[in-house]
Design a protein around this ligand. Structure first.
Ligand SMILES: Nc1ncnc2c1ncn2[C@@H]1O[C@H](COP(=O)(O)OP(=O)(O)O)[C@@H](O)[C@H]1O
Ligand SMILES: [Mg+2]
Length: 237
């Protein structure tokens, strides 16, 4: 479904990605794990078209999207829930949700209403808080809103950037359960996480990113057993 080929990305004189390649098969959950600063968000933001690659290619459903505008990429079925959630604090939960369908046409009104209903069934807490200012939500609820908003684009491939960051363990469990549900309902997921433990449990395949390079890849459950991953990312000596 998605193939990232030898992606190099610079911030001015600083190279953040040194040739990242990865694949996402339709129907899977693929995770990209790595420490703070490894280049995980840069990878997702480049796939979404928010950052331009210096070289390499991004092929989505057989077509290069490397030079496609971000809103067009959303329209093709790729939506991102960004790191830090990107919630508009002074807007209501409902208004934040509506922003997720901005790239869809007027003729899709019925489908959009259906997707809104589906998201509110997935996240009942948001339904209880629809008229509330999004800034008054808890961290966990804001994460739910960021994911629900991304789902309003009816993505075929959902990009999640650190959904568990800063959340209490119980809420992390809940968020990961919902990630599974979204995937089971037919959405392919590329999940970026520092929480390797949770990410490797839920994913089919995994890539490990270190300072802008993929250093390991494979079946998620197999990687979770490898000594190198256990030592560096799972806190086992
Ligand atoms: N806007 C930016 N300008 C300059 N450097 C950046 C910018 N964003 C990220 N970087 C640098 O690029 C590298 C990768 O960052 P990032 O993709 O955010 O990593 P991660 O998401 O894995 O924590 C880091 O060294 C970071 O400091
Ligand atoms: Mg990041």
């Amino acid at each position: 479904m998605l193939e990232v080929r030898d992606l190099r990305v610079n911030y001015g004189a600083i190279r953040a990605l040194h040739g990242v390649s990865l694949r996402v098969e339709r129907g899977q959950i693929v995770t990209l794990i790595g420490c703070n600063g490894a280049g995980k968000s840069t990878t997702l933001r480049t796939i979404s078209g928010l950052i331009r690659a210096a070289s390499g290619d991004i092929v989505y459903e057989g077509k290069s999207i490397r030079s496609v505008a971000p809103h067009e990429i959303v329209r093709l079925g790729l939506a991102q829930s960004p790191e830090g959630r990107g919630i508009f604090s002074n807007m209501s939960v409902d208004e934040n949700l509506s922003l997720g369908s901005f790239a869809r046409g007027r003729h899709e009104k019925a489908a959009i209403a259906q997707d809104r209903e589906r998201a509110l069934t997935l996240f009942p807490r948001l339904r209880e808080r629809l008229r509330q200012n999004a800034g008054t939500l808890s961290g966990g609820e804001q994460q739910m809103l960021a994911m629900a908003r991304a789902l309003q684009a009816r993505p075929k491939l959902l990009l999640l950037d650190e959904p568990s960051l800063g959340l209490a363990p119980q809420i992390v469990q809940l968020i990961f359960r919902i990630i599974r549900e979204i995937n089971a309902a037919g959405t392919t997921i590329l999940l970026v996480e520092q929480n390797a433990h949770m990410a490797l449990q839920v994913a089919n395949r995994a890539y490990v990113l270190e300072v802008g390079r993929i250093v390991m890849e494979g079946d998620a459950k197999e990687l979770a057993k490898s000594d190198a991953v256990r030592k560096a990312y799972l806190g086992h000596g």
